[in-house]
Design a binder for this molecule. Structure first.
Ligand code: GLV
Length: 361
């Protein structure tokens, strides 16, 4: 009998078709996440769950799903899942790293350029019929080329930002819990500095850390104060990395020049102060939303789910220790890093992670 899986919300049809070819699929097609009681009820007889970042998969949900073997997140970040609780129950958690790295960096770069060159203001100006003549001093913005980019979080996506910055002739600073190896630093032309130096010297600060207890409010009033008045903050990682109320104040008071945001502290709510500020470009958490990449994310999530249900090692597991319990010997040497979603190389000297969620983009 094919395994039963729940797909908690619409994913690309290619991925749904793949899931249907390998399992009996219960698909919630609605635009809203399933309310928790319904999620629990529909999970009761399921062996697999394919879910999105809008689904909170906590200990209570997992406890209500006695047959569940795999939680497959269609995202690189998995701060929506209680990985420790899943691991304790022998449930494999998977995510979708790599396939979205370049697309996400493209979008973060688009936010950077749009904020620096006032693209949204310019668009609104033209649509409002205000473009009646060319003007020398109209909508003057900031250059990106030749400036300094500060990358906080030097995983896969952070490094993809560095590659883009090289093309713009930028000086590249980065900070991360773990320093990259010298060859990577050389290849990307990136210099490791402490956070304060990065904040003080960068013209653009771009965030690519996962959301962890110690990255929550990594950027608040004190950090914003360290930034140049002419600098821009870009966040396409997770909203709570920035103290949104303090960012609003800094933008209002001109303590920094502007921001480009794809993510918010309490999504889908956006701090009302942001909505009225002209010097911030806002997007609805769409950094990985290209046609091709969303298909790849959906497909990888289905492959992860079906692999676990077939007793195989999933392509991109998060809790590497579970396969040892449930699926025979894991192969740590061949394993991808216990993904700091976005991290390009295993953290040397650290065992694969177990316990609470620590990593995402
Ligand atoms: C999206 O935010 C993701 O983590 O993939």
């Amino acid at each position: 009998m094919p395994a039963k899986i729940l797909i908690s919300r619409t994913i690309p049809p290619e991925a749904i078709a793949l899931a249907r070819a390998g399992a009996t699929v219960d698909l919630h097609p609605g635009p809203q996440p399933l309310p928790k009681p319904e999620l629990v009820a529909r999970l009761r007889d399921k062996e697999g769950l394919i879910c999105l970042i809008t689904d909170t998969i906590d200990a209570e949900v997992l406890q209500g799903a006695p047959r569940l073997k795999v939680v497959s997140n269609v995202a690189v970040g998995y701060n929506n899942i209680d990985v420790a609780a899943a691991t304790a129950r022998g449930i494999v958690v998977t995510n979708t790293p790599d396939v979205l790295t370049e697309t996400t960096a493209d979008f973060a770069w688009a936010l950077l350029m749009a904020a620096a060159r006032r693209l949204v203001e310019a668009d609104q100006y033209v649509r409002a019929g205000k473009f009646t003549q060319w003007e020398m001093m109209l909508l003057i913005g900031a250059d990106a080329h030749g400036k300094t980019l500060g990358i906080l979080g030097f995983g896969r996506i952070g490094r993809a930002m560095a590659r883009r910055a090289r093309g713009f002739g930028m000086r590249i600073l980065y900070n991360d819990a773990l320093r990259a190896d010298p060859a990577t630093e050389r290849e990307l032309g990136a210099m490791f500095v402490d956070k304060a130096t990065l904040l003080k010297e960068s013209d653009f600060v771009t965030l690519h850390t996962p959301l962890l207890p110690d990255t929550r409010h990594l950027i608040g009033a004190a950090e914003l104060k360290m930034m140049k008045r002419t600098a821009f903050l870009i966040n396409a990682a997770r909203g709570p990395i920035v103290n949104e109320a303090q960012l609003v104040e800094a933008l209002r008071e001109g303590r920094i020049a502007g921001a480009g945001l794809d993510v918010y502290e309490d999504e889908p709510k956006v701090h009302p102060g942001l909505l009225s500020l002209p010097n911030v470009v806002l997007a609805p958490h769409i950094a990985s939303a290209s046609h091709d990449t969303r298909i790849k994310m959906g497909t990888l999530a289905v492959e992860n789910c079906l692999a676990v249900l077939a007793g195989k090692r999933p392509p991109t597991p998060v809790n590497l220790e579970v396969p040892q319990k449930k699926q025979g010997p894991a192969r740590p040497s061949a394993a991808r890093p216990a993904a700091r979603g976005g991290r390009a190389a295993p953290r040397r000297g650290r065992p694969p992670r177990s316990g609470p969620p620590r990593k995402h983009r």
